[in-house]
Design a protein around this ligand. Sequence first.
Ligand code: B3K
Ligand code: ZN
Length: 871
Amino acid sequence: PRTIYLKDYQAPDYWIDTTHLTFDLHEDYALVTSVLQMRLNGEKEFESGTLPALTLHGEELDLVSLHRDGEELEGDQYQLAKGTLIVSVKQPTFELQVVTRIRPQENTSLEGLYKSNGMFCTQCEAEGFRKITYYLDRPDVMSVFTTKVIASQARYPVLLANGNAIDKGELENDRHYVTWEDPFKKPSYLFALVAGDLECIEDRFTTMSGRDVTLKIFTESHNIHKCDHAMVSLKKSMRWDEEVYGREYDLDIFMIVAVDHFNMGAMENKGLNIFNSSCVLASPETATDATYQRIEAIVAHEYFHNWSGNRVTCRDWFQLSLKEGFTVFRDAEFSADMNSRGVKRIQDASLLRTAQFAEDAGPMAHPIRPESFIEISNFYTLTVYEKGCEVVRMIHTILGAGQFRKGTDLYFDRHDGEAATCEDFVKAMEDASGVDLTQFRHWYSQAGTPVMTVTDKYDAESGDYHLTIAQSCPATPGQEQKKPFHIPVGIALLDEQGQLLPLNAAGDKEQVLSIKQSEETFVVKGCKSKPLPSLLRNFSAPVRVRYDYSKDDLVFLMKHDTDSFNRWDACQRLGVAAIEQLVEQPQQAVDPQLVDAFGAVIADAAMDKAVKAEMLCLPSEASLAEQADVIQPLAIVAARKKVKQAIAVAHKDALQALYNELNHERVYKPEAADIAERTLKNVCLGYLSAVNEAECVQLAAKQYDDASNMTDRRAALGCVIDAHYRDEALVERLLTDFYDRYKGNSNVMDDWFAVQSSSAELGTVEKVKALMQHDSFDSTSPNKLRSLIGGFTRNMTHFHTAGGTGYEFLADRVIELDKQNPQVASRIMTPLTRWKKFEPVTSGLMKNALERIKAVHNLSTDVYEVVNKSL
Ligand code: B3K
Ligand code: ZN
């Protein structure tokens, strides 16, 4: 496999002005006719008098015929090499007609054109279009597409592609066709086609300039009543993008199609978004609050791509974060506006610190704009998406909302209809605001999580308070030395009463410092006593903060800080300290100060319920592992459990009272206030089931039986499974009941597998193997694989069980899956790549499993890259 470098980027030799596609879909093959209007790239220099040969991408295609300007080409006029078709060229502009035969029915990689539950669908990003026909399958080649789809009328009554339908009709042999035209130039990765027996719900949206847009969501008929939430979310997103970014939708129709077999969440194809059904379908009985919120966020994300990604796309795949980081930022702000802003920030920062920090500290670490890759599919990462979002957020913080909006206006204006770079984005921000972002650009080129070490000094005599901030960044693969970053650091100072102190002559009580040196000191004058700093407020930068807070300081911040994120973070720090102490000395008693502090949170009736629920959640096992120098999996699980039990036992009555107060029947609504109450109630139930008493597990069982919505039923099931008081018969009854109720619903079944494989009580490797044989398991479904196998790899207890059987099991799955679906295979092996962080015996076993994968012949580029970089 070959490494591709950003520094080698070259513009294409030819452009494709128009692309006419005809798909003739049959049960055992599909015939694809592509007519391309080609034009020499006049801006490139070529040896005079010669025209470069045209090199098209193509994989797993049967070439049926090839015509250039109407003339059928013989074998001496073209050449088929691995992954390419090279065609000789006679004129600077010409028409190329390519006919290929493909086999969607046999396509298990779910990339290109494939079948899911009897329907045809596509996934082209990043390089799937080349599995459909020979093409310049690169994002800087933008073309106007027309697509004619022909198929059996009875089997595939619905035929969709990008843009507006311009023609349809009936053909012989019960076949019919629809022709779609997309007037906007787009790269091939945004192409989409769907053919199936689908139903749709329909709605309308009037844009800010008064244009009428038809909205349709398609699904199999038995799921049609579960699309309403996605439709509501879509309309909210369309309005929000007009109000916040001034961006209006541009076609007459916007469609979403839900499919069951999908490698990720969803795809922003122009005018025809294709979604994993798990990110569209919801009803109160089958979807949790978290699912409702996820649907809202993903519908918004894909819709927002219409501007940040489609109208302005990426020049090359190294620029992926240009569209992804920016669009994640847009969807995060949308979700914050629709729900609890504080909680959204806590959840996003928590995901970043747990999973992205781990990626940045591991063997696959890369900057948000990578410099090289073997397989681009491996770079749809938390770094490109989530850290990429944080980088855009920092620009927003540094510029302020007003200047940021001027910057996005300028960016869209300048680059509409173009393939742009991250540099173009930053330049637009600079030009619009006048703020110099030279040093800020290091965030695009340097990998690794910066560490900010903060120390302070108070001079009682002068009243001066000195805050010194030092930054450094650990080495990452290929980057030994790092230059200092430009870090926006939100700060405030609390006095002894918990009041915010003025930080400057203007009297500001909050400030964002721009840290640029490896060490800088700020002085605040006139402090009557030593203040307590509130640092990196609202998680203003994706960095680790080291400051020597005492436990008293943390308890004080939990109570008095006005920044929800930092209140929560103080709570996390206290939790981490208490748990880490028990990891080292398991016999010790649980820190009483922590138990009291949690009691105070439970008792605080004035606190926002959504934030309170987050504060009461102890740091997750994954986040404890990320923060450990050497991961001791079983010790982490035991220590965390012990802390949870201590809190539960000490505050049982208060938890019970709060639970009772919140546990009342009402019509299910996925709205912020209701979600907060359910979440907090279920956090209480989680603690109560950590008390070793039969009545506690009975309470959870009662909630399970009485539940009128999935949020409450699913939470109760989890509580019964993990309960301290073991009632195996009850666990069995509920799992069977859950199965019987929902066995017809594939998305709920995903969760039924995950709840078992991720459980410390149930999820042994034997159990997971047995579940793989279950009737409801489908080894061709990425959702099922992610639930069952992914759930197991998150299971600290059993995945890391002595003897390494968990690792062997995972290696077997990766090897097996690599032949079928390389993207999922490569994704699912991530936990093994972290082997260096474990204690030597565990670490060695993990490494063995990786070596066994590495030894397999003909690995996909996806798995090859990950395994080789990891060892
Ligand atoms: N752009 C797609 C992701 C495509 C992944 C290809 N392996 C979804 C999204 O980020 O919106
Ligand atoms: Zn995206």
